[in-house]
Design a protein around this ligand. Sequence first.
Ligand SMILES: Cc1cc2nc3c(=O)[nH]c(=O)nc-3n(C[C@H](O)[C@H](O)[C@H](O)COP(=O)(O)OP(=O)(O)OC[C@H]3O[C@@H](n4cnc5c(N)ncnc54)[C@H](O)[C@@H]3O)c2cc1C
Length: 441
Amino acid sequence: MRKYDVAVIGGGLSGLTSSIYLAKAGLSVVLLEKANQLGGRSVTVKKNGAMLNLGLHALYKGGAAEEALTELGIPVKGGIVLAKGGLVWNNKLYQLPGNPFAVLTSKLLSASAKLEIVQFVTRLAKIDPKALPPISFREWAEKEINDPMIRHLIYAVCRTNTFVPYPELLLAAPGVRRLQLVFKGNQVIYVDRGWGQLVESLRQEAIRAGVAILYGKHVSEIEHDGRVRQIRFHDGETVEIPYVIVTAGPAETCKIVKNAEHTALKEWRDRAKPIYAACLDVALQKLPYPDDPKRHFTFFLDQPIFVSTPSVISDASEDGSAIIHVCKDIGFGSDNPKNDEGQLERALDFIQPGWRKELVARQFLPKMTVAHDFDSIDRIGKRYGPSVPEVRGLYVAGDWTGQSEVLVDAVFASAKRASEELLREYDKVGGRANGGSGRAV
Ligand SMILES: Cc1cc2nc3c(=O)[nH]c(=O)nc-3n(C[C@H](O)[C@H](O)[C@H](O)COP(=O)(O)OP(=O)(O)OC[C@H]3O[C@@H](n4cnc5c(N)ncnc54)[C@H](O)[C@@H]3O)c2cc1C
C-alpha cells in the first residue's frame, strides 16, 4: 500500500464524512473498510427487488447531519413526515389527521389534557435546550407535564426519536431538542431509496475528492509510541501512517489501539451504554389495510414500539414496493428475541392486517446497535474525543463521541470535529505549509 497522510478506519457515514473533509483540505487519505461494501449500519439491502434499510431510518432537518451534507454538496431527496399517523393505546388505534396539533382532535385526550398540551407545545418551542439544567429527561418532563396521557405521549415521542427507552437516564437537553423538531412539524425526512443512497452519494464525493477507498481491509492494530506509527491488518500487512481517525465503536477501538487500557479510550469504553433495537422490516406488493393506507407512522404508547411506512411519502424502493419498518426499542438488550419478533409481528397485524399475503421481502434483525453510547446523565461534563490525549495523531468519531447531538447528527458533527482537529495538528507540525508533506515526527 502506498503512503498516505491519514488513514480513516471504517466506511460508514462517519468514515466517509471525515475522509471527504480531509481530502478536500488537501491531505492524501485512505479509507479502510473491513467489509466488502461501504455503509456500515446505514446500508440499504436489496431483497427480492425491494430495498430495505437496516431498521427505520429518519433524517432530521436543521441538525448537524443536514448541515454537513449541504456543506459537502450532497443532496438529500426524500419525503417529509407529516403528523398523519396513529397512536395506539390499549389495543385501540387513534388516527391523527395531519398537522402538528393533530393530537388535539384525538379522542385519546381529555378536554383538560388538550388545553395542557397546547400550553406545553407553546412553551416547548421557546426553550433553549443549552440553558436546561443537567437533569434527566424524566425529571424535566415530570415538572413540565401533569396529565398522565400527555406524559405517555411525550415519552413515546422522545423514545422513538432518540431510541433511548430510559427517560431517567437520558439527559433532558437532547430529548427536548428532538421534541422541538417533532412538534415543529415538517422536520423529519425519509430518504428516497433508503440511506444507502446517502452512502452512495458520499462515496462518489469521496472519489471526486481523491480519497482512496480500500475494501476488505480489517485493521487489527494501531501501533504507537505516544504518536501513531503504523497500522497492522488482519492479514499481517502493515503500513506506516502518521494520522488515524477510528470510526468503530468504543469496544472495537480499544481492541485495535495498542495499550488502549492506558489511555482515555478505556474509560470511554467502560462508561459507554450501547442502545439496541429489534427491527422487523417488510416490503409488500401494496399496503393491505384499505381504510387508511396513507399513515406515515404509528406510535404505540403502551409498548416501546414504533411503525413507520416510508414508502407513502418517499421513493423508498425502486421496484415500487410498500416498505414498513416496525421497531422495538430494547434499550440495553433483550432476554427473548423470539418474543420480540412475535410482538413486532402482532404490531404489524394490528396496523396492517393482511400484510403476510402481500409479502415481497422480510428481515428480522433481533439486536441492532443503534448507538454505541448516548447523552446520559452519567456523561455530564465528560467529552469523548475527538483526539485521544495519550496518542498524538489518533482521533475518534462516531455516534458515541457526540457532544449533545443525537444519532446521525452526532456522527456527522463528530466526523467534522475529528477532521478539523487533525488538520490543526497537521498544520502545526508543518503540514500543508510544507506542500502537504506534514509528516510529523
Ligand atoms: C436500527 C437502526 C435505526 C437507526 N435509525 C436512525 C434514525 O432514524 N436516525 C438517525 O439519525 N440515526 C439512526 N440510526 C443510527 C445511524 O444508522 C448510525 O448513527 C450511523 O449509521 C453510524 O455510522 P458510523 O459510520 O458512525 O458507524 P457504522 O455505520 O457502524 O460504521 C463503522 C464501519 O467501520 C467498519 N469497521 C469497524 N471496525 C473495523 C476495523 N477494525 N477495520 C476496518 N473497518 C472496521 C465497520 O465494518 C463499519 O462499516 C439507526 C441505527 C440503527 C442500527
